[in-house]
Ligand binder design. Structure first.
Ligand code: NAP
Length: 322
């Protein structure tokens, strides 16, 4: 496949890049610090691997008439215009499953950090304000025996439910199709969205970003939540209306939020959310562990190479020829 051209939008582990380069011509964007040059067009390519959620628009796809495969390093593929790929017969792959436990771990990390004030506690110590033991600062909320509401209970939501049960939490969940097998297996309860929002101490979001889930948490939904509740968004930024969230946090309508994802990413430096002390924000780290990122890159490589050969992708979202 020496003549086939591939572009990788961010540095991936060298051993994976080398395996791809053994089969085709690879151009890999050299840094994570500056956006790769796919903002307006991509060079004529046979394969594209996206590793930074860079939007892949119909216009960009049009600049590569021979494009055979787009391989996403990640499970969410909302940044790729799948409809154009379908029309053009371009295969699209992603990396489901391998990151579920890691992303569920991060969900619990955010939930615990927000409920137990870990970030302000660290700031308190690091800024040398810890001059004596004060029993009356930084009281948080109990996690154990609290109620968690999992919105979008799929692979990651299921892994979060298992972790929540280990904390003796009561688990509610919502998705469009009920999973009675999971209810039986885990002892969790299916409820509608309104019930979940009203009844949960922690609401965690795990839906894919679609037209239906865009701003699914807005003013009306936040108004249903308890004033002591904490919202954790580890799905995609636009699932939450950030201006409604800002108002809810500022007015104490909910107690706090922990966001792994934002709209946009990164947040503008003057974004109002950045001035609040009851929100913590991570720069999209859900799957970011050494072990998991390696596995994701490997799966993405397998998708890419299969797509270039016109074979079925092992982890396909869209496989026009199969
Ligand atoms: P998944 O297994 O497909 O689960 C998604 C769940 O959302 C499904 O159970 C689906 O069930 C539900 N859902 C879809 N549309 C819905 C709607 N309109 N209302 C309610 N529920 C809905 O996907 P996953 O592997 O768990 O990943 C979920 C998402 O997490 C990804 O798409 C990605 O955007 C995000 N993610 C983020 C990170 C990060 O680093 N922060 C890492 C990995 C993934 P029904 O079809 O029955 O509704």
């Amino acid at each position: 496949m020496a003549q086939l051209k591939v572009f990788i939008t961010r540095p991936i582990p060298e051993e994976i890049r080398a395996k791809i380069a053994a089969e085709c011509e690879v151009d890999m964007w050299h840094t994570s610090a500056i956006l790769p040059p796919i903002a307006e067009k991509i060079p004529p390519l046979d394969g594209l691997m996206t590793y930074g959620h860079e939007p892949v628009s119909p216009e960009m796809i049009a600049t590569s008439p021979n494009l055979k495969v787009i391989s996403v390093v990640g499970v969410g593929y909302d940044h790729v215009h799948v409809e154009t790929c379908r029309e053009r017969g371009i295969a699209v792959g992603h990396t489901p499953g391998v990151l579920s436990d890691t992303t569920a771990d991060m969900t619990m990390a955010l939930l615990l950090a927000a409920s137990r004030n870990i970030v302000p506690a660290d700031k308190h110590v690091q800024t040398k304000q810890w001059l004596y033991y004060d029993p009356n600062i930084l009281w948080g909320y109990d996690v154990h025996h609290a109620t968690i509401g999992i919105v979008g209970m799929g692979r990651i939501g299921y892994a979060v439910a298992k972790r929540a049960l280990a904390f003796d939490m009561r688990v509610l969940y919502y998705k469009r199709e009920r999973r009675r097998d999971w209810e039986e297996e885990l002892g969790i309860k299916y409820v509608d969205m309104e019930h979940l929002l009203r009844d949960s101490d922690f609401v965690t979001l795990h839906v894919p970003l679609t037209d239906e889930t865009t701003h699914m948490i807005g003013k009306a939904e936040l108004a249903l939540m308890k004033s002591t509740a904490i919202l954790v968004n580890i799905a995609r930024g636009p699932v939450v209306d950030h201006y409604a969230l800002y108002d809810a946090l500022r007015e104490g309508q909910i107690a706090g939020a922990a966001l792994d994802v934002t709209e946009p990413e990164p947040l503008n430096i003057d974004h109002p959310l950045l001035g609040l002390d009851n929100v913590i924000i991570a720069p999209h780290l859900g799957s970011a562990t050494i072990q998991t990122r390696m596995k994701m890159a490997t799966m993405a490589m397998e998708n890419l190479l299969a797509g270039l050969k016109g074979e079925q992708l092992p982890y396909g979202v869209l496989q026009p020829n199969f």
